[in-house]
Design a protein around this ligand. Structure first.
Ligand code: 5AD
Length: 435
């Protein structure tokens, strides 16, 4: 769980600390020295990230206390199962029962959910996915930030607007100091506790430089760092872990090896999966997933995508729409429907119920701004806000017209908090006291 409200240490168990949040106990891996029972800490993604003074912690907790329980009640009320839907759509109801008792769906069962067409049955699927999300994850909703540190890329992925094939794009590479300032602002001005650093596979940014950047961020800001620099290779992954990164965001894009090869000239699915598996073995939290709406993609393949994410020990699933970019070879491939994406997120919630957080992707919000709410009501429980400096953001054009491209960080936070609180979700990655 990634509560970014302070928790109080109750005890120790090997490399774990037991942390109390208003009477609920969670375990987190501790890498800080000199912690004692009774100390307050922030934990993220299962790692203790910083210690907090008792004064600061108690002030934050008193702001949170009543709200915490009020939100849980709103969420419980909003995620009740429709008895009518359950009586009518018995197959979805039976699959829901299977999930609730801790059993895994088969690939065929996930495919059944992905193939639902009837609007009544689809509504019940979304309702049941929301119910499962509430039972397994309560009302927590991760709010991570992402900083896009460079749009240079050596790869020629067929769908991507920042691929090296797009010679019409102005390129940028943020300096180390520019990155530190973006991170400082996200952490100190806005309260983020987990950040993704992302770029294309930028050949001019050396691993030494990335090691320096990450160790400085870790030292100065005590934030959970995810890296997303494409396939960097085994030795770079271990150096970046040593420097302090604790998560990797790397989609496998599709579980179909032939489709992968067609989209990624010169690369293989096998190599991509080996990279993700290696990151997981090193101890990184894994954010991965697939694109939906690729040419030739079937519901069988999407069911396999979901299954594969589970096999990769995914912490957070990032599954979103392909969106056509005019300056790519896939300019004329149409985008998928919003309903299809929301349905896939609901099916993933069934298939990977207790294991994963599922992300509402920016791609989905670009297709339809109101889809963030829809997805959060269909099993999703994470969002990522763009904290790249405004003057850089438009140039990170993986597809055109990205949602929140022109929104100040504070605007994104205010909109997110308003939406989450309306749904009874606790934005547990932001220290709300800073609002
Ligand atoms: N549409 C949707 N997502 C895209 N990405 C790249 N190009 C597109 C596009 N046209 C996604 C890829 C990659 C992530 C960083 O951006 O899935 O993993």
């Amino acid at each position: 769980m990634c509560y970014a409200i302070p928790g109080r240490i109750k005890g120790f168990e090997g490399k774990f600390v037991l942390v109390d949040y208003f009477g609920e106990e969670r375990k987190a891996i501790n890498e800080l020295k000199g912690l004692h029972a009774g100390d307050y800490v922030y934990a993220q993604g299962g790692f203790v990230i910083t210690r907090v003074s008792a004064k600061e912690a108690e002030a934050t907790l008193s702001t949170w206390k009543d709200l915490f329980f009020e939100l849980q009640e709103i969420d419980k009320e909003g995620s009740k199962l429709s008895p009518w839907g359950g009586a009518r759509y018995t197959k979805v109801r039976d699959l829901k029962d299977k999930v609730v008792t801790g059993e895994k769906l088969t690939r065929e069962e996930t495919k059944y959910l992905l193939d639902i067409k009837d609007t009544g049955e689809l509504d019940f699927l979304l309702n049941a996915a929301n119910y499962i999300r509430q039972r397994h994850h309560s009302n927590s909703c991760c709010v991570h930030g992402i900083v896009e540190i460079s749009n240079y890329c050596a790869e020629g992925c067929g769908y991507c607007g920042i691929s090296c094939l797009n010679t019409g794009l102005k390129r940028y590479r943020m300096s180390a100091d520019e990155i530190f300032e973006a991170v400082r602002s996200a952490v100190e001005d806005h309260g983020f506790k987990a950040l993704v650093l992302q770029s294309g596979e930028d050949p001019s940014r050396t691993i030494d430089e990335l090691v320096f950047i990450i160790s400085e961020i870790k030292r100065r800001f005590g934030v959970l760092i995810f890296i997303s620099f494409g396939e960097v290779g085994k030795s770079a992954l271990s150096r970046l872990y040593e420097a302090g990164a604790r998560g990797v965001l790397l989609r496998f894009e599709t579980s179909d090896a032939d489709l992968f090869a067609r989209l990624h000239p010169g690369s293989t699915l096998e190599a991509r999966l080996a990279e993700i598996r290696h990151a997981n073995e090193l101890g990184y939290l894994i954010i991965t997933g697939a694109l939906i709406g690729l040419p030739g993609q079937t519901s069988e393949m999407i069911a396999r995508d979901i299954e594969l994410a589970g096999e990769l020990n995914v912490e957070m699933l990032s599954m979103g729409p392909f969106l056509p970019h005019p300056l790519t070879p896939m300019a004329n491939v149409p985008a998928p429907s919003v309903a299809g994406i929301v349905k896939a997120l609901a099916a993933a919630r069934f298939a990977l119920s207790s294991q994963v957080k599922t992300l509402v992707t920016t791609g989905l919000e670009t297709l339809a701004p109101e889809a963030r709410r829809e997805a959060l009501m269909a099993g999703a429980n994470s969002v990522m806000l763009n904290v790249t400096p405004l003057e850089r953001r438009a140039l990170y054009e993986i597809y055109p017209g990205r949602a929140h491209q022109d929104d100040a960080i504070q605007t994104q936070i205010t909109d997110t908090i308003t939406l989450l609180e309306g749904l009874g979700r606790a934005p547990t990655d932001l220290s709300i006291g800073k609002q």
